[in-house]
Design a protein around this ligand. Structure first.
Ligand SMILES: *Cc1c(COP(=O)(O)O)cnc(C)c1O
Length: 389
């Protein structure tokens, strides 16, 4: 550290700014190079080849590690690569515990690797203390946590799960994609790893696919970096540059987006065509108190149940103009998704039913647009979806 203040907002805005570049560049340069000249026989600048290390990617990793309160971070080419990197650290014959309502891609990865015999996975309801205790009796190596969950925004207690897992000898990885370090820091709550799809809030502009793993422990961070070099799942320097540019405005983006989300949630809750709204910021949400304790805000993701079945859902999503029908989340623009036909289409009917994901469920990623325009858009879609024909 060079004596600069390191409040997280300062880290996000300024880590690496005006950092001794020979031309005085304020914005940290993009090192778009695959290889680095040796200073002399047997002597490098500290960099030799960009799969192993690259200054642009390292600056993003350092920024993310500081934001999450970790000892180090590895930047990967996608969120899925970040999860797989953590799985690469599992011992032989490992047992992994994952949430029954985890991100569908995570579920697919765990099932595919389990089917090949890499390890065994149990998907459990992590809001059920009994289910967690029973799973921990089987001595898992890793407990994967996702809170808030997708798409129902269920909240689980990271601190309680981490404490229980630790005494059972398991490591805990928390996928913090839905909140970002602006609103939740799992390492401070006892997690060993934080996983991100930086594609979402950290980059925040829907123009990069990337991921990261942040480790609480320095030796573990090094082991992850070693594996990322071995398997080559590293993030590209250009993507790292773009993502760092997004991180600069993380805090104000998230603050404004969650204010919009609260307004949208309150609006939807008052509509007769809406059977339920799932947003932890609403006092009636079952995870509200825990979220208020564990998070620094309620985030900008929510979902809601529309009455009337498939034809109503179809008319609704075809009538919005500001909410774009698209997967992904966390960008400056508002998106709407229908989990059953989009993000969660790979789940079978039984798994969908157990996760509580119905035909009428719609998920919103609330962006930075004017609150009044967002509500007008939903008002228009509700009117259009109610018409028959
Ligand atoms: C998007 C997402 C992922 C996967 O990340 P990619 O960048 O798409 O590979 C993992 N977990 C969560 C919670 C996500 O939203």
């Amino acid at each position: 550290m060079d004596g600069k203040p390191d409040h997280p907002r300062t880290v996000a805005a300024a880590n690496g700014v005006a950092d001794g570049d020979r031309f005085g560049a304020v914005a940290p340069p993009l090192y778009l190079t695959s290889t680095f000249a040796f200073l002399a026989y047997g002597t490098t600048t500290g960099y030799d080849y960009s799969r192993t290390a690259n200054p642009t990617r390292d600056l993003l990793a350092d920024t993310l590690a500081r934001l999450e309160g970790g000892a180090g971070a590895v930047v990967t080419c996608s969120g899925m690569a970040a999860i797989d990197l953590v799985l690469a650290r599992l011992p032989q014959d490992a047992f992994v515990v994952a949430p029954h309502d985890c991100y569908a891609g995570t579920r697919r990865l765990l099932l595919a690797r389990s089917a090949r015999g890499s390890f065994e996975t149990a998907f459990i309801d992590q809001g059920d203390a009994g289910a967690i205790s029973r799973a921990l009796e089987r001595a898992p190596s890793l407990v994967l946590v996702e809170t808030p969950s997708n798409p129902l925004m269920r909240i689980v207690d990271i601190q309680a799960i981490a404490a229980q897992a630790r005494s059972a000898g398991a490591r805990v990885a928390v996928d913090n994609t839905f909140l970002s370090p602006a609103l939740q820091q799992p390492i401070r709550l006892g997690a060993d790893y934080v996983i991100h799809s930086t594609t979402k809030y950290l980059n925040g502009h829907s123009d990069v696919v990337g991921g990261a793993v942040i480790a609480a422990d320095a030796a573990e961070a090094e082991a992850l970096a070693h594996w990322a070099n071995v398997t080559g799942v590293i993030g590209a320097p250009f993507d790292a540059y773009m993502t760092l540019r997004g991180v600069r405005s993380l805090f104000p983006r998230v603050a404004q987006q969650q204010a919009n989300a609260m307004a949208v949630a309150r609006f939807l809750r008052a509509q007769p065509q809406v059977a339920a709204v799932y947003y932890p910021g609403l006092p009636e949400h079952p995870g509200h108190d825990l979220a208020a304790r564990q998070q620094q805000g309620f985030g900008a993701m929510l979902s809601f149940e529309l009455r009337g079945g498939t034809s109503v859902v179809r008319r609704f999503v075809e009538a919005t103009r500001i909410f774009t029908l698209a997967e992904s989340l966390g960008g400056v623009e508002s998106l709407i998704a229908h989990p059953v036909t989009m993000t969660h289409a790979s789940m079978d009917a039984d798994a969908l039913r157990r996760a509580g994901i119905g035909e009428g469920l719609l998920r919103l990623s609330v962006g930075l647009e004017a609150e009044g325009d967002l509500i007008a858009d939903l008002t228009r879609a509700l009117a259009a979806s109610g018409q028959t024909g």
